[in-house]
Design a protein around this ligand. Structure first.
Ligand SMILES: Cc1cc2nc3c(=O)[nH]c(=O)nc-3n(C[C@H](O)[C@H](O)[C@H](O)COP(=O)(O)OP(=O)(O)OC[C@H]3O[C@@H](n4cnc5c(N)ncnc54)[C@H](O)[C@@H]3O)c2cc1C
Ligand SMILES: NC(=O)c1ccc[n+]([C@@H]2O[C@H](COP(=O)([O-])OP(=O)(O)OC[C@H]3O[C@@H](n4cnc5c(N)ncnc54)[C@H](O)[C@@H]3O)[C@@H](O)[C@H]2O)c1
Length: 484
């Protein structure tokens, strides 16, 4: 008889969801965590980043109130107050993820590092435990790139930046993906100089080019300096002298430009946390992208093992590092591991992602470029600019757009939104794509007026406009008007 029905390694978003479900279904469940309960999302990711952005956006609202005829003085940034807000948000949410709460649910929480000792056995905190099923939910950590000089300079990652006691004078950010861009706007709006260095030709390289263009304009407006399509040659230590008030870092670019900053943030991607798990002992195959699993998240090599969250690499398509994907994975596990339903698969067709800048950039399903790469032909692209949306105009925020990627037969493949709080609009598009609803469902939806969401409905309506206004329909109306 194994000690546990299910042993979960990692108490981040993925592991917590799995442990709660398993224990709720009456399984003897162990949850092994070596760091802080709640993992990255609560402690070093989503929660502190969104809390910091909220403070930054409040400062920006005050600065742009002049657009509405309200003149406010330049806001004073109380960094200690901002930090208290960020830490307060973590503290307020932490009880939901706490060891005490999970023990109360009947989960055996082991606060130690865990690793395999055999295909059906783990060691954690000096204790050996056997399991029927093991779920690896050990997450990912920031990539530390191999850059000459990095060893000799101080640097930050998402694990350390939220702990800064003073605001950075000049924050240099390596990487213009979601972490880099959210942190760039947050710090710029809180009064720091910010330079983003992005090796790819443009920031937000994965996002739709038109939407990313609008985001770029917003960041430039906030005073962020963007260096795109340029590589970092090396880093040098900046000693304090009569010119530089503070010690710091000099980023030397391949084109010879030297950028002196007080702090350096690494935001160049994530790597799965495989090293400490002793996967060989567990007969668990992995690659640099994560634990290799089948579409139902079961390990390809050890049938007792599953992987969820950032560390999972289902069918070689690579991880999708989002908290809502961790939740989706937990749902897949219920069907595949617990109920043994055949044919269960992860499905990312309707997956949303949001960069929580202002405006937010939300993408649900495929971008236009992704749809073309996947071989979809005869695509219809329908846009509606916020400049044509009454609510956006009334609120003085007419920058942004909704862009729909539609098949010739009227099936929504993807939706991109650049708008304030765009993420709040993602749900309807996820439902449309996930449930394969025809575009007419969106075009005929009655939405409250005036809302930003109407922009999507207008874009969908555009698909039908040529058919509605066709000569045939006009002829039919001409005939019908003669009827009494
Ligand atoms: C700055 C930032 C902002 C983000 N913002 C968002 C956002 O707004 N929205 C969104 O959806 N996603 C966001 N993400 C991504 C999101 O945080 C991750 O996708 C999510 O946290 C992954 O959850 P996880 O459970 O897979 O991993 P993690 O949260 O990393 O949890 C894994 C846990 O396993 C533990 N662990 C590792 N190895 C062992 C071991 N050997 N023994 C015991 N314990 C171990 C770790 O200590 C950790 O607590 C953000 C990420 C970052 C970095
Ligand atoms: N709002 C959200 O949901 C949110 C927020 C933050 C992070 N996340 C998750 O975390 C993941 C990681 O985010 P990220 O921004 O670190 O990674 P990323 O992989 O999304 O982006 C990293 C960027 O760094 C660039 N880069 C790589 N090496 C470089 C170098 N040496 N010099 C300059 N640029 C370089 C890449 O071209 C890329 O644009 C995201 O993909 C996402 O899944 C989500």
């Amino acid at each position: 008889m194994p000690d546990f029905d299910v042993a979960v390694i990692g108490a981040g978003a993925a592991g917590l969801s799995v442990a709660a479900i398993c224990s709720g279904l009456g399984l003897r469940t162990a949850l092994i965590e070596r760091g802080r309960m709640g993992g990255d999302c609560l402690n070093y990711g989503c929660v502190p980043s969104k809390a910091l952005l909220a403070a930054a956006h409040a400062a920006a609202e005050a600065r742009r109130a002049g657009r509405l005829g309200i003149r406010l003085p330049e806001p004073e940034i109380d960094w200690a107050g901002v930090r208290a807000h960020v830490q307060g948000a973590i503290t307020r949410i932490a009880p939901n993820d706490s060891a005490a709460r999970y023990r109360g649910m009947g989960v055996e929480v082991i606060e130690a590092a865990g690793h395999f000792t055999a295909p059906d056995e783990l060691e954690a905190g000096g204790r050996r435990l056997t399991f029927r099923r093991c779920v690896i939910a050990a997450g990912s950590s920031p990539v530390v790139p191999d850059i000459p000089g990095l060893d000799g300079v101080p640097w930050l990652t998402n694990e350390t930046i939220f702990g800064l006691e003073e605001p950075p004078g000049h924050l240099i950010i390596l990487g213009g993906g979601p972490i880099g861009l959210e942190m760039a706007q947050a710090h710029a709006r809180l009064g720091c100089l910010v330079t983003v260095i992005e090796a790819a030709p443009r920031i937000a390289a994965r996002e739709d080019e038109e939407l990313a263009e609008g985001l770029r304009a917003a960041l430039l407006q906030d005073g962020v300096t963007l260096r795109e399509g340029v590589k970092l040659a090396r880093l040098e230590q900046l000693e304090p002298d009569s010119h530089a008030a503070e010690a710091g870092v000099v980023a030397v670019l391949e084109d010879g430009t030297r950028i002196a900053g007080t702090h350096l943030l690494l935001a160049v991607g994530r790597a799965p946390r495989l090293a400490s798990l002793d996967l060989v002992a567990g007969n668990v195959e992995a690659s640099a992208r994560g634990i290799r699993t089948r579409a139902d998240l079961r390990s390809v090599s050890n049938p007792r093992v599953w992987a969820v969250g950032d560390i999972a690499d289902p069918e070689g398509i690579g991880p999708r590092a989002f908290t809502h994907v961790a939740g989706q994975h937990a749902g897949v596990l219920v069907r595949s591991m617990l109920f043994r339903l055949p044919g269960t698969k992860v499905d990312y067709a309707a997956l949303p992602r949001v960069t929580y800048t202002d405006p937010e950039l939300a993408q649900i399903g495929l971008t236009e470029a992704e749809a073309r790469e996947q071989g979809h032909e005869d695509l219809r692209i329908h846009r509606w600019p916020l400049a044509e949306n009454d609510r956006a105009i009334a609120e003085g925020r007419p920058e942004g757009l909704v862009k729909l990627v539609v098949s010739a037969r009227g099936r929504l493949l993807g939706a991109g939104i650049l708008a304030p709080r765009a993420g709040e609009m993602a749900g309807a598009y996820g439902l449309m794509i996930g449930r394969k609803l025809p575009l007419s469902a969106l075009a005929s939806l009655v939405l409250p007026y005036p809302t930003l969401a109407e922009a999507g409905k207008r874009a969908a309506g555009d698909f039908y406009a040529p058919k509605l206004l066709s000569p045939g329909v006009k002829r039919l109306i001409g005939l019908l008007k003669r009827l009494p």
